[in-house]
Ligand binder design. Sequence first.
Ligand code: EPU
Length: 354
Amino acid sequence: MVHKTANAQLDQLNTLGFTAQASWLVTAEKPEELPEVFDFALSQALPVFPLGGGSNVIFQGNLEAVVLQQKPHALDWSENRVSELLPNEVLLRVPAGYAWQQLVLDTTNKGYFGLENLALIPGQAGAAPIQNIGAYGVELADSLQAVEGYWLPEKGQPAKFDILAAKDCGLGYRDSRFKQDWKGRFVITALQLQLSKQAEPRLNYADLKARLAIKKQQLEAVNQPLPALIAEVVTELRRSKLPDPAKLANAGSFFKNPVISKQQAEELLKLYPDIPHYPATNGCKLAAAWLIDQCGFKGTKRGNVGVHDQQALVLVHTGGGTAKDLLALAEEITSAVKSRFNVQLEREPELVAV
Ligand code: EPU
């Protein structure tokens, strides 16, 4: 059943904790109800804004929209099947409303590899492809097979349910077509993932590898599946650096790690030999946190917003602030990094204005 609330408060539904009201908050229990939601929005002459866990959005004010939430459902493990071609591969269908962290716990506890490095990322599964969530050398694209959802009607084309192959979704570093040319056109209703029963830990991050080695020794007697153990170590690592949004409002990394040309990177490295850098498809990726840190922003406070004191890439809101305050601080940081390093930072969370 579709549940509708008029003038709904969204303060608890965005991890930055900004005050905002939606004209309507609508909860759909199953994908088949989406046409009803869109008909309702049409009758109100309002757009539909799908909201996941609210962990990657910046609300600038009230939303003159029908905000859509999809209700979480239990995972149907009977749908989960072993691939006929590859007997070690497990195919799993996950409803959009399912909490990402719960999914990581469920799958790693069963001993499946694939999502363990993505532990403790906030939000719902359905939002994961939009920015192709990633951490510790792994991204969703590594296990995503397909995305199920609903195309809105446009240019004479009727609305329709569809299944999109992951390779057609333009998944890149914190990017996808869902944020670009498909923005506002497709509502994700479920993910199809391919996980593995075979041991394939991805431990390129020195921190992760070192901590896992210690943990393994400590826990030799405990019969815990390896993916669950890795997820636990990732959880500890994240907790040591990133603030818990339930205690200190934030939206994770506020900027993407910038990719610059190899030539610019070489020049910068001459001036700053310590700059953390990684090879990237079109050049060289720099650690935005390091650049911001070097400009002296770690722990900075500007009224009710600030920069986290453990991780310079995370902006925080201590209560009573607004998106305007946060964006002013972001602008201050962006200009400082630009003038010192000639590197342009790009915002990561979505700025919502409807
Ligand atoms: N660093 C600093 N100062 C800081 C924090 C970090 O100099 O305040 C340095 C570190 O020493 C390190 C480098 O910056 O050399 C990179 O730091 P870290 O390994 O903590 O990762 P990150 O690049 O800052 C990215 C993701 C995170 C993800 C981690 C781990 C982006 C935008 N962020 O952060 O993702 O958890 O790697 O894989 O790619 C998120 O997207 O919300 C997020 C938290």
